[in-house]
Write a protein that binds this ligand. Structure first.
Ligand code: 13P
Ligand code: SF4
Length: 319
């Protein structure tokens, strides 16, 4: 009870500080409920970064992992982007180094490099195109058929895109997110079998994506609807759908928003263990500290940010 009261007081202080210092708080869909509660906006990584450019506030407090705050800073170079814990990393963005990318590009000099938004600013600076889980298919389709593609760093998203586009000349980096890779087809089958009249929503980073796409084609899941979607697209989809029960295959933080927006529907995680410890590093206490002390500033060397912005802008022109 005391803890709950302290959290409520902290939220009130955060609210006052936000207004006094004219700061906007953006929080990713995987953030803990308390942090989502104090956010002005919640959403997916790219949606939030785009929002950062349009809000009137000159200071953005980005509650998410580091590459997301960097993307916001790249898109809005004239604004100040703060992150409550600069050590909040991402196993997927760490799965390729700049050296590895440069070596890969050197071995395939005519190939076009397409990289997921879950990459560091240094990696983005070496890409031709950036992409997200919601537009990766469109980005790949926009590249001439005869051009070889280097797709990085997520192998599950890569194989999903290759399958949907039918593209044969795509080389895929063998990176993965430990959270999504840990959601197995067995987890999914167990959950789906335990519920009646259930719809299944799945993030393309999941290791179960590839076999489930095949299963969906041959109808192994009977009449259950299966949708492979990015995080924000999932949130929108479950609100619009007429279904009442959903199995959700992504990080469990997203369930808070789904349940808040749809109190009459039931949401079950494909795996209760699908928790991103990096996302959970952002706490209410750190948000408060960040506002009081105006830290930690996300700083990217100008030439790196300028090059990375080109890959992001090419993606934004496609959709
Ligand atoms: P979104 O860009 O769909 O929010 O996903 C980011 C992420 O980290 C997924 O694990
Ligand atoms: Fe990175 Fe995976 Fe966490 Fe998303 S869930 S931030 S991809 S480690």
């Amino acid at each position: 009870m005391l803890v709950q009261q302290q959290q409520t007081e902290l939220k009130e202080k955060i609210e006052l500080l936000k207004q006094k210092k004219d700061v906007v708080i953006l929080a990713h869909n995987y953030q803990i409920p308390d942090v989502q509660d104090v956010a002005d906006y919640t959403g997916d990584s790219l949606g939030l970064s785009r929002l950062a450019a349009t809000v009137s506030q000159q200071t953005i407090l980005f509650c998410g992992v580091h590459f997301m705050a960097e993307t916001a800073a790249i898109i809005s170079p004239q604004k100040r982007v703060l992150i409550p814990d600069p050590d909040a990393g991402c196993s997927l963005s760490e799965s390729i180094t700049v050296r590895e990318l440069l070596d890969w590009k050197a071995r395939h000099p005519r190939a076009v490099a397409v990289g997921y938004v879950n990459t560091t600013a240094e990696i983005k600076a070496e890409l031709d195109y950036c992409c997200t889980s919601s537009n990766a298919v469109k980005v790949v389709q926009a590249i001439p058929e005869d051009k070889e593609i280097l797709f990085l760093p997520d192998m599950f998203l890569g194989s999903y895109v290759a399958r949907v586009t039918g593209r044969k000349n795509m080389r895929i980096w063998a990176g993965e997110c430990h959270v999504h890779a840990g959601i197995t087809p067995e987890d999914v089958t167990r959950k789906l079998d335990s519920l009646r009249d259930v719809e299944f929503v799945i993030h393309p980073e999941c290791s179960c994506t590839t076999p489930i796409m095949y299963d969906a084609e041959v109808g192994r899941f009977g009449n259950r609807d299966i949708s492979i979607l990015s995080t924000e697209a999932m949130v929108k989809h479950v609100s619009k759908s007429a279904s009442k029960n959903f199995v959700v295959a992504t990080e469990t933080g997203i369930l808070y928003k789904m349940r808040n927006q749809n109190p009459d529907k039931r949401f079950v995680p494909a795996s209760e263990n699908a928790e991103c410890q990096y996302m959970k590093m952002i706490t209410l206490e750190k948000v408060y500290d960040s506002l009081v002390n105006e830290r930690s500033l996300v700083e990217i060397p100008k030439d790196t940010a300028d090059k990375a912005r080109l890959a992001i802008e090419r993606m934004l022109r496609i959709g």
